[in-house]
Design a protein around this ligand. Sequence first.
Ligand code: AMP
Ligand code: ZN
Length: 486
Amino acid sequence: MASGFRIYETMSRKLQVFEPVQKPTKGKKPKVRLYTCGPTVYNYAHIGNWRAYLWEDLLRRYLKFKGFDVIQVMNLTDVDDKTIRDSIKEGLPLKDFTEKYIKAFFEDLDKLNIERAEVYPRATDHIPEMIALIEVLLKKGIAYKTDDGCVWFSITKFPDYGALAHIDTTQLQAGASGRILNDEYDKEQAADFALWKGWDEGDGDVAWESPFGRGRPGWHIECSAMSMKHLTKAFKGGKFDQKGFETIDLHTGGVDNMFPHHEDEIAQSEAVTGKKFVKYWMHVEHLLVDNKKMAKSAGNFYTLRDLIAKGHDPRTFRYLIQSVSYHQKLNFTFEALGAAKEALKAIDDFILNLGAAKAPADCKELPSLLDKLESEFTASMDDDLNTSPAFASIHIFMRDINRIHPKLSKKDAEKILVLFKRIDSVLGVMSFEREQAPKELIDLADQRDEARRKKDWKESDRLRDLITKAGWVVEDLPEGPRLKKV
Ligand code: AMP
Ligand code: ZN
């Protein structure tokens, strides 16, 4: 059955209907295997990184909403040029240095209400698998060694090199004059890249033994090894097993990952397996500051901690990121964050107000409004996760409901909450606090409302005090009382 979910696929530069690689087993949800390039843990993730992870969380949640069983792997790059450089600068062993940022990463992830992936593999735990892949490439003559202990991928031996980033392969440099040791480089520098870097002084005590000498892996081979290990059965007893590999459904990252990282991942992986590495590639546009790419190296970045220190709620940031299409560059400003706060407050207040619904009969207009919202939301999200009209539909729905609010019964309010919760299983920004107020407090608020109507002020004050003591405030709206956590 067609999923109806259309995504913009980077390799083909086309919108495609998403269909998983594996045929579903009867009675089970169809399985989707998703690989998301994770953080390089040499600093706190900046809010540009969080744009990428939030969008990947949205993708994961929407796939689940569509009935797929998602297996997501997000790697932790805990060894590369930058982690080694900065751990030495701080005089810490690599493991202690990266541990601090791994811990911070998960703290921020939870604050942003990002669902946990199924696996968070660390590069340093997968050196044998990386070595196994490099051995295959050497055996096939696609990789070669040099005297400095490095092993290189020969790009001219892989005819499809450049297909993802759309590089003109006639310009490619190979061999002695065309080798690049850095993990990161530009398209113009496309050349043979390092699979294994022979130890040198700059590496301090970071090194592993391998059949090709002491050294460490290049960044790109890390993701090839970790994705195949955790999403396919390509390794048996630490050795590469050709038969166990199966094309991975989805692989994502920010647009800067497209080249060289993902291009190199494809080259290494497909040269090893002889099969298509990934069915769908997807990339999220950058978050900008002052209209420039936010990057740790440029020093123009904010962390989530910076926003929290300025008094902003992570939920607001999540709303801001999601309110804009992931194909659009998003220039971060505090004005935009302020507007997101207002928009989110409108949703929060709307949900709180639902607690005051008490018309005796159900509202006849509600079912069609609920259907409209659900179908509009799904249509927007099916259109390549087009969140901006999805949010617009929510705000229009709220406007319509506010108009008919006096006609809503308690049951109506429940129905609205059910749909909002379903929608929020994807968006992850709403607060259902009124619902979380303990039943006794809701009863007390209702009793107090009754006392007020009878003008029994003494009793109503007594009940208000009880609610306040429990850490809640009761607000009197025209529709009735509303409970808010202090
Ligand atoms: P890194 O830790 O640099 O490997 O980046 C982790 C993820 O964040 C990758 O998917 C990057 O493509 C993404 N990323 C980096 N900078 C930005 C940015 N300014 N906006 C959006 N995504 C970014
Ligand atoms: Zn990666």
